[in-house]
Design a protein around this ligand. Structure first.
Ligand code: AP5
Ligand code: ZN
Length: 213
């Protein structure tokens, strides 16, 4: 497995992890693995797992480490993830980071930095495609036809966890549980910090530049 194609994206809700993970994964030709998307897919298909986690996501709380670690381990064991992967939204706490470390020691962490207020503003104007996962923003990345996905013409929807009070709760959880991972990966010399505030193409360019890809 090539060590330089294993990435995790850190950063608060709304910092652009999903947006940038899709670009990075396409550029590296490795799968984009979003634990949030996996859970939302189970919820929309009403699987047992979906029914179990639906309320947790709605409240902006974290799904248990046992469930999340198993999902990620199963996904990383699939053949397409052997050359590398871009993990988006995982790990989210030290237990998950330690679990990931057991299977792969070579991940490079990218931290997208954004203030809480900016994150709330971005998320309130986000619309997504529940079929292909495309992410839009009414001001910064509007779809070509209002309310319709550019890729597959699906009517766009908003997520169940994007009300401002829930986003604020998710930010509190991020600062408490996920932010300590920055020190963890920094200590190991595996952290790259990216300013998430510039426009989307600029952030993409900055990531590509720092990774020399
Ligand atoms: P998840 O889906 O991972 O959500 P999140 O981490 O809270 O992040 P978001 O998806 O809200 O934001 P993002 O950083 O991806 O930003 P985006 O690109 O959309 O997790 C959801 C839930 O699942 C969790 O709350 C939890 O319940 C559960 N879960 C997931 N992983 C888990 C785990 N490991 N353990 C336990 N539970 C877990 O961008 C935001 C908006 O801004 C968009 O509209 C976009 O178009 C726009 N935008 C992006 N970049 C820019 C820019 N540079 N300039 C202007 N606008 C921009
Ligand atoms: Zn779509």
């Amino acid at each position: 497995m090539s060590p330089n194609k294993q990435f995790i994206l850190l950063g608060p809700p709304g910092s652009g992890k999903g947006t940038q993970a899709k670009f990075l994964a396409a550029k590296l030709r490795v799968p984009h693995i979003s634990t949030g998307e996996i859970f939302r897919d189970h919820i929309s298909r009403q699987t047992d797992l979906g029914k179990e986690v639906d309320n947790i996501l709605k409240q902006g709380l974290l799904v248990s480490d046992d469930i999340t670690n198993k999902i990620v381990a199963d996904r990383l064991n699939q053949a397409d993830a052997v050359p590398g992967f871009v993990l988006d939204g995982y790990p989210r706490n030290l237990v998950q980071a330690a679990f990931l470390n057991e299977s792969t020691m070579n991940v490079q962490a990218l931290d997208l930095e954004l203030s809480d207020d900016e994150a709330v503003k971005r998320i309130s104007r986000r619309w997504t495609c529940s079929v292909c996962g495309a992410i839009y923003h009414l001001d910064f990345k509007p779809p070509q036809n209002s309310g319709i996905c550019d890729i597959d013409n699906t009517p766009l929807s908003q997520r169940s966890d994007q009300a401002e009070n829930i986003v604020r709760d998710r930010l509190v959880i991020y600062h408490k549980q996920t932010e300590p991972l920055l020190a963890y990966y920094k200590r190991e010399g595996r952290l790259i910090v990216i300013d998430g505030t510039p426009p989307i193409p600029q952030v993409t360019e900055n990531i590509n530049k720092v990774l020399q890809i």
